[in-house]
Design a protein around this ligand. Structure first.
Ligand code: F0G
Length: 447
């Protein structure tokens, strides 16, 4: 599928950005030339997926398409119990409604913002146990998404009876699309077994994670992606899935688990929140397309082509000396904004400032994964400035060509060349209490 594109002038973009309150989510898609806001739901479906759509069974209950998807998920993951949901955060909502209680502690590796939101909105704590290496963007280590086992142990020592489960996000989106090694998943499993805790994989990009295990982890090179995927899930008890990423569909998600009690618990929330158990927020036709997408995206060649394109963009940034979270992640390049806009104070949101500047420069829309996204501390209401402040350039699957990557890199270079002249950033005019980055309204720190 292709769509016509329209180029805009800098004057137009200045006006549109101001109208959007310097929040790129509020732009119209037509005002964007190359859209790197997210890789979620923005992939291009294949010929086989489009033809599978025609086979959708839209029966309210017991649809053939449900069983086809359930069988595919079980074959890939070994999880017998399956609940479709309309997207990943809905899977979190349904499962966490059963599992997370006020005062709980949920350790994990850089919980995604909706995951954190679903924990904190239940007055529980999302405890980040990501390895410290992830905080140094220039450090070249293969599995920066890993869980720090000592940090995880500490949470369990202090709060054992308040820990409902451990959650591992593969790949670790917030830390830069960085993978988690099989060895790390084994260690997490051992800790879980020791303390009697179950492990959930937040699996939005599980196939990309398996690709990195195959290509970066010792002894894994000869295995197929599906063998690695199966071992990853064998080490877990259940999964939440945003199918909009590695499922390559525009909408969809699910919960899958090997435990009947989790399934029974989650079922009670699926029906009122999502829908009856055999569609849970998805059309039959979308379940068909997802079943095909999961098969296609657990093939090495497909993953290789995709991740190679992200690496190609990284190579161009290397040529220009532009700092990003190294090594390149699976779905995106994360430019280290605090190393680019060194004069913009953190209170003025360097990564969001860089996102706004890149849009003005080339009509390219990226996404801040930084201080805005981090929200305020729920207790102190202070901004959380202790993580990374990154500009994510997410690459949709099977959509853009390498020439688009060239345009993106050159636009960034233009910006990088005049970085010294950018000294002021943005200030918040209005913000929501939770998940503020979607709707925040900003203005230049100085008018
Ligand atoms: N988990 C991870 C790791 C994610 O990256 C996302 C979504 C979700 C859960 C929630 O899934 O959007 O289907 O409800 N990430 C998107 C992104 C929005 O742009 O990274 P969802």
């Amino acid at each position: 599928m292709v769509e016509p594109i329209r180029r805009s002038t800098r004057e137009e973009r200045e006006r549109w950005l101001k109208e959007a309150h310097y929040n790129l989510f509020m732009l119209r898609a037509d005002q964007v030339y190359i859209d790197l806001l997210t890789d979620s739901g923005t992939g291009a479906m294949s010929d086989r997926q489009w033809s599978a759509l025609m086979m959708g069974d839209e029966s309210y209950a017991g649809a053939r398409s449900f069983f086809r998807l359930k069988d595919t998920v079980e074959r890939l993951t070994g999880f017998e119990y399956f609940i479709p949901t309309h997207q990943g955060r809905a899977a979190e909502n349904v499962l966490f409604s059963h599992l997370v209680k006020e005062g709980d502690y949920v350790p994990g590796n850089s919980h995604f913002d909706t995951t954190k939101g679903h924990i904190e909105s239940r007055k529980a704590h999302a405890v980040d146990c990501t390895v410290d290496e992830a905080l140094d963007t220039q450090l070249e280590v293969p599995f920066k998404g890993n869980v720090d086992i000592a940090k995880l142990e500490k949470v369990l020592e202090e709060h054992n009876d308040r820990v409902p489960f451990i959650i591992v996000t593969v790949t670790n989106n917030t830390a830069g699309g960085q993978p988690v090694s099989l060895e790390n998943l084994r260690q997490v499993r051992r800790v879980g077994d020791k303390w009697g805790k179950r492990v959930i994989l937040d699996s939005a990009r599980f196939a990309e994670n398996a690709y990195f295990i195959k290509t970066r982890e010792e002894g894994q090179g000869d295995r197929t992606i599906r063998e690695i995927v199966r071992e990853m899930f064998d080490l877990a008890d259940g999964m939440t899935m945003s199918a909009k990423k590695d499922g390559i569909v525009n909408m969809g998600g699910f919960i899958a688990t090997r435990h009947e009690d989790w399934y029974e618990g989650a079922k009670r929330f699926c029906i009122p929140f999502e829908g009856y158990l055999t569609y849970g927020g998805m059309n039959g036709r979308d379940m068909e397309a997802l079943a095909v997408g999961l098969e296609e995206n657990t093939e090495y060649d497909n993953l290789h082509t995709r991740i190679h394109q992200v690496e190609y963009l990284a190579g161009l940034l290397d040529d220009f000396g532009i700092p990003y979270q190294r090594p390149a992640g699976g779905h995106a390049i994360f430019v280290d904004a605090t190393r680019v806009l060194t004069h913009v104070p953190r209170e003025e949101f360097p990564a969001q400032t860089l996102a706004a500047q890149l849009y003005l420069e080339g009509g390219i829309r990226g996404c801040e994964i930084g201080y805005l996204l981090a929200d305020r501390d729920p207790v102190t209401r202070e901004n959380r400035f202790y993580g990374l402040d990154l500009l994510r350039l997410a690459i949709p699957r099977r959509v853009y060509t390498d020439n688009h990557m060239n345009v993106i890199a050159v636009a960034l270079k233009n910006l990088f060349d005049r970085r010294e002249s950018i000294t002021r950033g943005l200030r918040i005019v209005w913000e929501a209490e939770l998940l503020r980055h979607f709707t925040v309204q900003l203005a230049p720190a100085v008018d």
